[in-house]
Every structure is written in C-alpha cells, then in structure tokens.
Write a protein that binds this ligand. Structure first.
Ligand SMILES: Nc1ncnc2c1ncn2[C@@H]1O[C@@H]2COP(=O)(O)O[C@H]3[C@@H](O)[C@H](n4cnc5c(N)ncnc54)O[C@@H]3COP(=O)(O)O[C@H]2[C@H]1O
Ligand SMILES: Nc1ncnc2c1ncn2[C@@H]1O[C@@H]2COP(=O)(O)O[C@H]3[C@@H](O)[C@H](n4cnc5c(N)ncnc54)O[C@@H]3COP(=O)(O)O[C@H]2[C@H]1O
Lengths: 141, 141
C-alpha cells in the first residue's frame, strides 16, 4: 500500500445544486414518490420539507419492500401510506465547507451525501460520481 | 489540484466473488427478477447465463419503467415479459488482472463493474464501495 498525500480541497465545486436535485415531501403519498423515482431513474432521492430541510431518504427499495406481501406485490396499498411512513431517517449529511477527505470517508457507505449550510438548510448533493471523477483527475499513474 | 501518484495495484483483492453476488437468468420472468431485487435490497444486479457469462444488467428502474402506464403502474404485466426483454446490454466489464486505475476510471459512471477472467467467464463484482474504501485507505491528509 502506498500512502498518498492530498491537499484538502473543499467540496463546494463538486456539489449538485438543490434546484437540480429530484426530491419529494414527507407528506407525499408513496405512490407519488414511486412515480418520481421511476421517472427520474434514480434509486434513492432526498425528502425535503417546505422550509428546505432534508428529513430523510426515500428509495424504490423502501417503498417496494413495504408492499411486498406473502403471495404477491400489493400495489393497491401504495396510496395508503406516505413518504414519511417509510423513509430512512438515518443518512449521511455534510456541511458545505467541510474538507474533501471527510466526504470521501462518508461516501464509502453512501451513494450520495446531503450537503447543508451552517443553519442546516439543504444546499445540494455530493455524489460518488463527483468524488470519483475528482480523484481520477488528481491521481496519475 | 495536486497530482498524486499511485502504485498500480491489481484489483483482485477488491473483488466480491461471483458466489456472493445476487444475479438472475435472462429467461427468468420480470416478476421473479423484481422479487430478487426487492429481497436483496440492491438497485441493480448482473444477468448471468447457465454457462457463467454476464449478458446484461437488470434494475428496479428498468422493470418498473416498462410497466409504467399512462394512468397507473400496471403490475399485472410483470409476468408477461422476461429479464432478457428489459435488461441493459451495455455495461462496464473489466478483466481480473487489469490495473486499479482502469477500475477507478470506469467506476466514475458505473456503481459496479463485472469482472471476467481471460475466457470471459464471470468471476465477481467490483463496487464503488470497494474502490472508495481502498482509496480512503491510501490517501492521507
Ligand atoms: N440520469 C442519469 N444520467 C447519468 N448518469 C446516471 C443517471 N442516473 C444514474 N446515473 C449513474 O448511475 C449511478 C447510480 O445512480 P443511482 O440512481 O443508483 O444513485 C444516485 C441517486 O440515488 C442520487 N442522485 C444523483 N443525482 C441526483 C439528482 N439530481 N437528484 C436526486 N438524486 C440524485 O445519487 C446516487 C449516486 O449518483 P451518482 O451520480 O454518483 O451515480 C449514478 C450515475 O453514475
Ligand atoms: N446489503 C447491504 N449491506 C451494506 N451496504 C449496502 C447494502 N446494500 C447497499 N449498500 C450500500 O448502498 C450502496 C448502493 O447500493 P445499490 O444497491 O444502489 O448498488 C449496488 C448494487 O447494485 C451492486 N451490488 C453490490 N453488491 C452486490 C451483490 N453482492 N450482489 C449483486 N449486486 C451487488 O453494486 C452496487 C454498488 O454497491 P456498493 O457496495 O458500492 O454500494 C452500496 C453500499 O454502499
């Protein structure tokens, strides 16, 4: 194993702005969330409140798991529960002025990180794609 | 941007062995594939033939997209088509003795890479998790 040193860039340049992020509200129906997930093509997206805070992550897996019955997938149940009922509330957040190495560490177990400002407002996403593209740019054989 | 040099390790140590990889056959029904995807929790998995070759990738998005009707999600259609009808046939493969930097480059746009041996047989997966964990281990501030 060779040890590399990396000048600690901040993550601001790598963030996907919140305006370009597909997200849903906690009170939306699970059916609406599944349609947004299918149309956007994303596996998982943030759940954001009207005052701009991330309160959870919703994914196709979480919604489908909930309607998986013993015999079949019970699709008619989709309109009986909300995003809030199934979203994951434990997820990785990162401050927008935190160092890149912190983002690298968190991205080992998370396909994306929710970036927040000093007051906890959602400012955007940091994806593994962004982190890997940055590293590929700085690492030379 | 600081340029780092990395001794080019091979990828063998990072591979998830094919026996530990959830996969389906091309002739399986879409319904069976969706159940495997829900139960495993994975977004996408390889499609492997009986003679051990990867011929495609199947995901929840590809299956759900296919049954998304104008008014509603038509779940009853799930048993009318097979994995082969919807799988993605363009995906990233890598040979098991290829260098790490090649894997890093490919992982920028792919959550996982299908690793093959010299004869094209599927030997396992290389995931972004494995690549990021390795890089985090070698990069020091
Ligand atoms: N429309 C598209 N165009 C080009 N490439 C696409 C794509 N959809 C997916 N990919 C590729 O597939 C990877 C996995 O996507 P996934 O939806 O599972 O997982 C995504 C998704 O759950 C979330 N995500 C990314 N961009 C998003 C956005 N604008 N809004 C909401 N969620 C987003 O972050 C995860 C990681 O994203 P990342 O870019 O690292 O990794 C993406 C990207 O490399
Ligand atoms: N059961 C579990 N236990 C712990 N962590 C879990 C997990 N399921 C998902 N994760 C975490 O979420 C990431 C995205 O998973 P996803 O299923 O979207 O995307 C996965 C999945 O599509 C595929 N994959 C990973 N392991 C697999 C396996 N054993 N069999 C089939 N496909 C696999 O490779 C993609 C990237 O995997 P990666 O590990 O880099 O990244 C995983 C991992 O960090």
């Amino acid at each position: 194993m060779q040890s590399l040193t990396l000048q600690d860039e901040d993550i601001a340049r790598l963030i996907i702005d919140a305006d370009d992020v597909a997200c849903v509200h906690p009170q939306h129906s699970a059916e609406h969330a599944l349609l947004v997930l299918i149309k956007s093509g994303y596996s998982a997206i943030p759940v954001v409140t009207t005052d701009g805070r991330v309160v959870g992550i919703i994914s196709k897996t979480l919604i489908l798991d909930r309607i998986l019955g013993l015999e079949r997938i019970e699709f008619e149940a989709l309109s009986t529960f909300t995003v809030q009922d199934v979203m994951r509330t434990e997820f990785h957040r990162i401050g927008r002025s935190e160092p890149f190495l912190r983002a690298l560490q968190l991205s080992i177990d998370a396909p994306f990180l929710c970036v927040e400002d000093e007051s906890g407002k959602f400012v955007g996403l940091l994806t593994r794609h962004g982190i890997l593209a940055y590293l590929n740019g700085v690492i030379r054989k």
